[in-house]
Write a protein that binds this ligand. Sequence first.
Ligand code: IMP
Ligand code: MG
Length: 198
Amino acid sequence: MTAPPHADLPPGHPVRVMPRGTDGVGSVLVDQAAIEREVARLGAQISTDYAGKRLHLVGVLKGSALFVADLMRAISIPATVDFISIVPYAETSSSGVVRIRKDLDDSIEGKDVLVVEGICASGLTLSYLLRNFQTRNPASLKVCTFLAKQRERRADVHLDYVGCEVPDIFVVGYGLDREERYRNLPYVARLAQPAVRA
Ligand code: IMP
Ligand code: MG
């Protein structure tokens, strides 16, 4: 007879349920402890830098969703939040022109806008968004990305806040997907399959 799952744990012990869809996931590059540490560091730095300002976070859906949720809780000063959803340029063209699927709800005029991204690879997406947002007259405009691939950069975009540098391999988890899978992994991992480039 097979023992029920977690039968070896004392009653009431918190159970670590692995998210579904972990097959195909390779080695972990940024584990949960590192995520928590980097988010806390970024939140503290942003809280200091934006003290007394009108901090307005703009998350880039969907990849930044988990990071935005964690980062907001690590920020100790008042902050508002909005989201923009874009169609990746890979699905439209390779020119770096990004189509906006869902625009911001609120005006950013006069606000201290911090764009929050899950990962910056070539930088084309952020570069486009920054140019677009600049025309809307924010008081200031900066970028916070959880992950950055340094060597893949093609667009000249300044990353004001970076969580972790990752190698130029395709990574998934902590909001990042491959064909909509793996976003719910609570860590960042490479794929077990041969690397697919972004
Ligand atoms: P960029 O325009 O090349 O900087 O790419 C940014 C977008 O590509 C991100 O918002 C992600 O959606 C996607 N992307 C780039 N690299 C990866 C990766 O390694 N894993 C998952 N998504 C990625
Ligand atoms: Mg994606």
